[in-house]
Design a protein around this ligand. Structure first.
Ligand code: SF4
Length: 218
């Protein structure tokens, strides 16, 4: 129990650090969905570059529906996989206009029907656009929660999300994705965790801890 309290304190601390680093987002619900698609399989800085190109000219599905595929590709190129993402974004807009009166649905099942939208993208929209308490499981959440022993190593997306949502208090849930992402980027690095400086080293269950600073690549 004490171990869990410590984990909770550390993850919530890193959530606060992330809040300080990232300015308050002025994205609308639709742009949050676009940002979540752009963020698939790429780093934050690439998503940011593509978003800065796209958001000044696209604030609603009708804006993107009028654009050519080539124009969308050019705008979102920094996000990587831009050909597939452009196609998905255009199709998403068509479905939103046709089936949802141009609005982004707030039900997980409906979001999952949109082209290129999987569990993580749907949960990002639910949490960051609609404020519905959930824990999007990106690579950092997956790696950190499994190394700490909060979740079984073999757990897939939904098992990980549901397990974490039972462990943390309801009011903490909206901050867990952000806290674990920041902790994963600064301390529990996916490739080589900095266990030698980790405040959770005594409670962590990871069996390949990196305890010597010399092992860190410069
Ligand atoms: S001790 Fe290492 S593996 Fe465990 S949480 Fe800390 S950095 Fe991650």
């Amino acid at each position: 129990m004490e171990g869990l309290n410590k984990i909770r304190r550390v993850i919530l601390y890193y959530d606060l650090q992330r809040e300080k680093k990232h300015h308050v987002s002025s994205r609308n619900v639709f742009q949050t969905l676009l940002g979540a698609v752009l963020s698939q399989r790429t780093r934050d800085e690439n998503t940011d570059k593509a978003s800065k190109n796209l958001f000044p000219v696209v604030s609603k599905p009708e804006d993107m529906e009028k654009m050519s595929l080539q124009t969308i590709q050019k705008l979102i190129k920094p996000s990587g996989f831009y050909r597939q993402k452009s196609k998905n974004l255009k199709k998403i807009c068509e479905v939103l206009i046709k089936n949802h009166k141009g609005r982004v649905p707030r039900e997980r099942e409906e979001l999952l029907k949109l082209p290129g939208v999987g569990f993580k993208t749907a949960d990002i929209v639910l949490l960051y656009a609609y404020g519905i308490p959930t824990i999007p499981v990106d690579v950092h959440v997956d790696v950190v929660s499994k190394r700490l022993g909060l979740v079984e190593k073999s757990a897939k997306y939904e098992e990980t999300r549901k397990t974490l949502e039972k462990i943390f208090d309801r009011k903490e849930i909206p901050r867990i994705n952000s806290g674990m992402v920041e902790f994963g980027q600064r301390v529990c690095l996916t490739a080589r965790p900095k266990c030698y400086m980790c405040p959770l080293v005594k409670v962590c269950k990871y069996d390949k801890k990196n305890l010597t600073r010399q092992n860190q690549r410069l």
